[in-house]
Structures are given as structure tokens and as C-alpha cells.
Design a protein around this ligand. Structure first.
Ligand SMILES: O=C(O)CCC(=O)C(=O)O
Ligand SMILES: [Fe+2]
Length: 201
């Protein structure tokens, strides 16, 4: 059974470019992104389990507000990944999905997800199987979006993923969707005879 790559950011040196720890983590991340367009980052020193539990407890309180209060926080633009198209209700950054989320790739540059203990996220592997993400404390998931695929000249493919809800418990997932401003240009280092330019700016 395929597993998602887990990258451990515990060593402070891994944030210092050029150190052996940084080079080693960079290699693991590139490999994971080239394989499935995704990796799991664990940062126990940066995101403590207390912080996570406090945060998700507060979400309980937030979602407990009556719907008429939540709709006051509405947002006109559609969600980048089409939340509103799949029959869910979105309130600015709040979205409630009772039936999971069908298979898709994010249209942004990259996505970072931070979720509670309830499983549901599945990643499509190179071997055409769905890999279930087993939530780890102090972790988040990095997903490549369409933008990263274009920027990398297809070296990294946007990660295909879905959410299947089977546990009888509330699942919370916090998403940070990043976009690049302006045109996307592929770095020239990523273009050669074997890898001709795939996308025009
Ligand atoms: O619920 C999740 O963890 C994933 C959500 C997602 O894939 C999306 O909003 O694009
Ligand atoms: Fe997504």
C-alpha cells in the first residue's frame, strides 16, 4: 500500500538554506512532489498539539453559530476549487461539506491543509490507487496546484485528491490556497531538449 512522504521539519537547520539538513529536506520534498504532487510536513516545535486542539475547539464554537449569523460573513467570488459547484455551502472561508469532495486538482499554485484527527483526505498515486491520509498531530499537507505544474514545466503534476467521509465524527480542515500574481514563467533551468517548454506565459 503506497504511503505519502512524511517530511520532518524538527531540525532548525532545515530552515537554513545550504545546510545539509536543508539540502536533504529539499531532496525529499522534490522527490515527493515529482511522484504524487504532495507531501506531509511535520513540525512539532512550530505547531504544538495543544495549539491544534485549542484551534479545533474554537472551530467547534465558530460552527455552532446559527446559520443566519454565519451567512453575514458571505463572499461573492466563487471558491477557486469550485466548492459552490459541488453542492456545498460556502461562507467566505467557511465551507460545510456533508458529502465529502469529489476528485479534483486545485487550480491555485499550491495548497496547505491542516486538519483535525478525522480521516477523509485521499491522494491519487502514480500507481492509480487512492492513498488515505492518516492525520498526524502537528502536521499539515502540502498539495501542488495547477500553477505549480505550469511553473515547473510539468516536472511536478498538480495533485489529484478527494475527500471521502466515512467516520461518524466532525472533520475540520483548514486550507491555505496560494496564488501567484501576474503571469507564470517557467524557469529556464527547467527547460531543455528533453523537457521543451509546455506552456506559454
Ligand atoms: O477537506 C480537505 O482537507 C480538502 C479540501 C480541498 O481539497 C479543497 O478545498 O480544495
Ligand atoms: Fe482541493
Amino acid at each position: 500500500m503506497a504511503k505519502l512522504a512524511i517530511v520532518d521539519f524538527s531540525n532548525e537547520d532545515c530552515f537554513k538554506p545550504g545546510t545539509s539538513s536543508w539540502l536533504s529536506i529539499r531532496k525529499d520534498i522534490c522527490h515527493a512532489l515529482e511522484e504524487v504532487g504532495c507531501f506531509v510536513a511535520i513540525l512539532p516545535d512550530k505547531i504544538s498539539s495543544e495549539l491544534c486542539s485549542t484551534f479545533f475547539r474554537m472551530l467547534d464554537e465558530l460552527f455552532d453559530f446559527p446559520t443566519e449569523i454565519k451567512v453575514k460573513n458571505s463572499y461573492e467570488k466563487p471558491y477557486p476549487t469550485g466548492y459552490l459547484n459541488v453542492g456545498n455551502t460556502g461562507y467566505e472561508s467557511l465551507a460545510i461539506a456533508d458529502a465529502g469532495l469529489r476528485s479534483h486538482r486545485d487550480r491555485d499554485f499550491s495548497t496547505i491543509l491542516c486538519q483535525n484527527h478525522v480521516k477523509g483526505l485521499e491522494i491519487y498515486s502514480k500507481d492509480d490507487e487512492w492513498i488515505c491520509f492518516d492525520p498526524l498531530p502537528s502536521s499539515f499537507v502540502f498539495l501542488a496546484g495547477d500553477g505549480l505544474q505550469v511553473w515547473s514545466n510539468d516536472r511536478i503534476r498538480a495533485c489529484k485528491h478527494q475527500v471521502t467521509l466515512s467516520e461518524n465524527d466532525v472533520r475540520y480542515s483548514l486550507g491555505l490556497f496560494s496564488f501567484r500574481a501576474g503571469e507564470t514563467h517557467t524557469p529556464k533551468e527547467l527547460i531543455d531538449e528533453d523537457n521543451p517548454l509546455q506552456y506559454n506565459p
